[in-house]
Write a protein that binds this ligand. Structure first.
Ligand SMILES: Nc1ncnc2c1ncn2[C@@H]1O[C@H](COP(=O)(O)OP(=O)(O)OP(=O)(O)O)[C@@H](O)[C@H]1O
Ligand SMILES: [Mg+2]
Length: 281
């Protein structure tokens, strides 16, 4: 199981949108995927079909899993889509405080709890909250690839240095093989600001920036609004193609085989042919 962590303490830079779309595309390409929501806002969980009210009473959440000494992970895992499982999250102030207060291996709670299911998945995609606290540190401590989504706007680079220092420190302590990648999100290629921000990020990350950028597209927003990935609602859109290409860039970085558009599960459907057409343009 290779772990991909989506992290940036800047709010609204498309962490959850990236996590959701990536998890759905990787599963659709045929991989077995575990998505983990570490954000108590629970946005990824809702998009994957979880009921937040029910979660508040059952407490079968990622945070509680990290604190559960004897419990079985099966109780915390739900099926979100074919080949895609989810460990959800919801508001739970006590849990976060308890995680912060753990005296031993505080940053390795998640890694240790997921160890028994590693062989059951090809990829684990973790969505983190807009805060560099214990849950995010737990995700980074088990990360093989950390993706920093960077919104193409004026304030996008503020605080980026702080994120990089934090990620690098966790890499040094716990995950020496971690690859750190930047991803342009909500990108508008015709806007000068967007192009300038992207080239500044490129100068900073050099080869560790994805060639793929995710366009600013109403289709992405609309899909999120009904708890879906754009891949599920509008497979023929450039944004869906971008997430498809992103998944392949990630596979390539890991040395895994890329997936051709024709091999998408359900490739016989009309919509996947539409994506294939789009890819050839
Ligand atoms: N490519 C895109 N095109 C248009 N809208 C987008 C795109 N990506 C994300 N959005 C919208 O931007 C908003 C913020 O996205 P998202 O919730 O994924 O950010 P986030 O980083 O997870 O936020 P938070 O820090 O609160 O967790 C959402 O309304 C989402 O629909
Ligand atoms: Mg989010």
């Amino acid at each position: 199981m290779k772990t991909i962590v989506i992290a940036n303490h800047k709010g609204g830079c498309a962490k959850t949108t990236t996590a959701l779309n990536l998890a759905v595309v990787l599963a659709n390409q045929g991989s077995r995927v575990l998505a983990v929501d570490l954000d108590p806002q629970g946005n990824l969980s809702v998009a994957c079909g979880a009921d937040l009210q029910e979660l508040e009473s059952t407490r079968c959440t990622s945070h509680r899993l990290m604190l559960d000494v004897r419990g079985d992970i099966a109780a915390y895992r739900m099926r979100a889509r074919p080949r895609l499982d989810l460990i959800p999250a919801c508001l739970d102030h006590d849990a976060e405080t308890l995680i912060e207060g753990q005296p031993v291996s505080r940053d390795l709670l998640l890694k240790n709890k997921l160890a028994p299911v590693r062989s059951g998945y090809d990829y684990c995609v973790i969505d983190t909250p807009p805060a560099l606290r214990a849950p995010t540190l737990n995700a980074l401590a088990m990360s093989d690839m950390t993706i920093i989504p960077i919104e193409s706007s004026n304030f996008a680079l503020v605080g980026l240095g702080q994120v990089m220092r934090m990620v690098s420190a966790v890499r040094k302590a716990h995950a020496p093989k971690m690859i750190i990648m930047a991803l342009s999100t909500k990108y508008k290629p015709r806007q000068t600001v967007d192009r300038e921000v992207r080239s500044q990020v490129e100068a900073m990350f050099k080869t560790n920036m994805f060639d793929t950028w995710v366009p600013d597209a109403a289709a992405v927003n609309q899909a999120v609004g009904i708890g879906k990935s754009v891949y599920e609602t509008n497979m023929a859109s450039p944004a869906a193609l971008a997430f498809f290409n992103l998944a392949n860039e990630i596979r390539e970085r890991f040395g895994d085989e890329k997936v051709g558009l024709e091999t998408i599960a359900g490739a016989e459907s009309e919509s996947s042919h539409a994506v294939a057409e789009e890819g050839r343009r």
